[in-house]
Design a protein around this ligand. Structure first.
Ligand SMILES: [Cu+2]
Length: 318
């Protein structure tokens, strides 16, 4: 009897905690930071790439409702049993011990629930594996305990990225233990393929706001991809316990405009992208930028009427 009441108390505490967490998460959501953890935040980091949006849907739209539904159902059943079948309300309990329909239901229902989860889960897995044509390739090598980055296609040799010391991070106003001495720089809106490996032990390359995580294993190369949707700085960490300084090898990704990226590549002594890649990029940019980027379409909209009157003048001049 005593243990039953302890169970109820634990349940009540759990329910209260869930309500508190939900309202807390709601409060934290309002001031969610992009590309880094929000102090006091509970939910997943704000999405900044297509994969992360899909991961958000899987977590918030599929898993959470299922978990909530199951919790409420079990809680309801417990309350029903406690109220209806306690010693006072039900002094002479029934003697039967099997009920075929109930047993079928509680076997088939979990199977159905798992199948629904599996459908969405596999869809997300396939999205991760179904990599679009890469615009930029970055090779990230994990070392004890820092990262080395290399852009093989752009002929940028490996450079080392360490965690920024605390005083320097404070001076620059960047988050300590996330900011690095040298970030990965990528063009915004472009597909970035990350090839990752480990030089000594297993590390793991992860950037939560892109929904990206891939083990960096010595002797083999893993691949993942992301597409930064907004210009900004996105932070991640090594995600495999790799030794004493495991917690101090952050990943910093700077998503910049194509022009800034080209300038950065030049400053690194890299070569410009191959002509085929550039033309393909421009084609995809023209196709994707107009509907996707509200700012860009807003900027081009006033330009269109201005260009229109000029058009008839052109044949006259010829
Ligand atoms: Cu590591």
């Amino acid at each position: 009897m005593k243990s039953r009441f302890q169970g109820i108390r634990a349940l009540a505490a759990g329910a209260a905690a869930s309500v508190a967490m939900a309202s807390f998460a709601g409060a934290a959501f309002a001031e969610e930071l992009l590309g880094q953890p929000t102090p006091g935040g509970i939910g997943l980091q704000t999405a900044a790439s297509p994969l992360k949006h899909q991961a958000h849907f899987f977590h918030d739209g599929v898993l959470l409702p299922v978990i909530t539904g199951i919790c409420l159902l079990v809680l309801g059943l417990l309350i029903w049993v406690i109220v209806r079948y306690n010693k006072r309300a039900n002094p002479t309990p029934a003697r039967w011990s099997h009920n075929t329909p109930v047993e079928i239901v509680w076997t088939v229902m979990p199977v159905m629930i798992l199948m629904v989860i599996a459908i969405f889960s596999f869809r997300l897995l396939f999205a991760y594996h179904d990599m679009p044509r890469a615009d930029v390739t970055v090779k990230a090598t994990g070392y004890q305990w820092y990262w080395g980055y290399e852009y093989p296609d752009l002929e940028i040799g490996e450079y080392i990225s360490n965690m920024l010391p605390e005083d320097e991070a404070k001076a620059r106003g960047v988050p300590y233990r996330l900011a690095t001495t040298e970030p990965i720089v990528v063009p915004v809106g472009k597909v970035v393929r990350v090839l990752t490996t480990g030089a000594d032990v297993i590390h793991s390359f992860a950037v939560p706001s892109f929904g990206v995580i891939a083990d960096s294993i010595p002797g083999r190369v893993n691949e993942t991809w992301f597409k930064a949707e907004k210009v900004g700085t996105y932070y991640g960490n090594c995600r495999e316990l790799c030794g004493v300084d495991h917690a101090f090898m952050p990943v910093e990704v700077k998503a910049v405009t194509q022009a800034e990226f080209d300038a950065w590549v030049a400053s690194k002594g890299g070569k410009a992208a191959a002509p085929t890649a550039t033309t393909l990029d421009q084609a995809s940019e023209a196709g994707a930028a107009a509907p996707a980027d509200a700012e860009a379409s807003a900027a081009t909209a006033p330009a269109a009427p201005a260009a229109a009157p000029a058009a008839p003048a052109a044949p006259a001049a010829q």
